[in-house]
Design a protein around this ligand. Structure first.
Ligand code: FES
Ligand code: FES
Length: 156
């Protein structure tokens, strides 16, 4: 039986194996390749999407458990034409190296800044505890985030 959910504000359904991870479904079925398949085991954060508004590692979410869920991917919070504020700050601070970690970083940081628009440097570091950058560009990432005062809409 198909599983139905909202994906980036569109009603979608998935008819494949309900044990398939959300990450695989997003990339292979819905052609949304922003979430990256890096570790596939929940450690790196490259595959983070929002499920019902909360950041989740999509590699550990079986699609079959998502009936009625509201899913938002990196494609749903910014585009090449209209970068979200975190994406724009990463461009401005020339942060991106290989780029594999960045979709997850943007998802984590956008959610974090909505609830905490004036973080300390240490708070930003703590927010990124679940996002691994193997190119180790952390200091510039944090510099970019610290430049974002009031740029991300606070949570209602
Ligand atoms: S690919 Fe999902 S946490 Fe690494
Ligand atoms: S930029 Fe390469 S893993 Fe972060």
């Amino acid at each position: 039986m198909p599983v139905s959910f909202t994906l980036n504000d569109r009603q979608r359904s998935y008819s494949g194996d309900p044990r398939t991870s959300l990450l695989v479904a997003l990339r292979d079925e819905f052609r949304l390749t922003g979430a990256k398949d890096v570790c596939g085991e929940g450690f790196c954060g490259a595959c983070i999407v929002y499920v019902d508004g909360a950041p989740k590692v999509s590699c550990l979410q079986p699609v079959g458990a998502l009936e009625g869920a509201e899913i938002t991917t990196i494609e749903g919070i910014g585009s090449v034409e209209t970068l979200n504020p975190v994406q724009q700050a990463f461009v401005d601070f020339d942060v991106v190296q290989c780029g594999m970690c960045f979709p997850g970083m943007v998802m984590t940081l956008t959610h974090f800044l909505r609830g905490n628009p004036h973080p300390s440097r240490d708070q930003v570091k703590s927010a990124l505890v679940g996002n691994i950058c193997r190119c180790t560009g952390y200091e510039r990432i944090i510099d970019a985030v610290m430049s974002l005062h009031n740029s991300v809409e606070p949570l209602e």
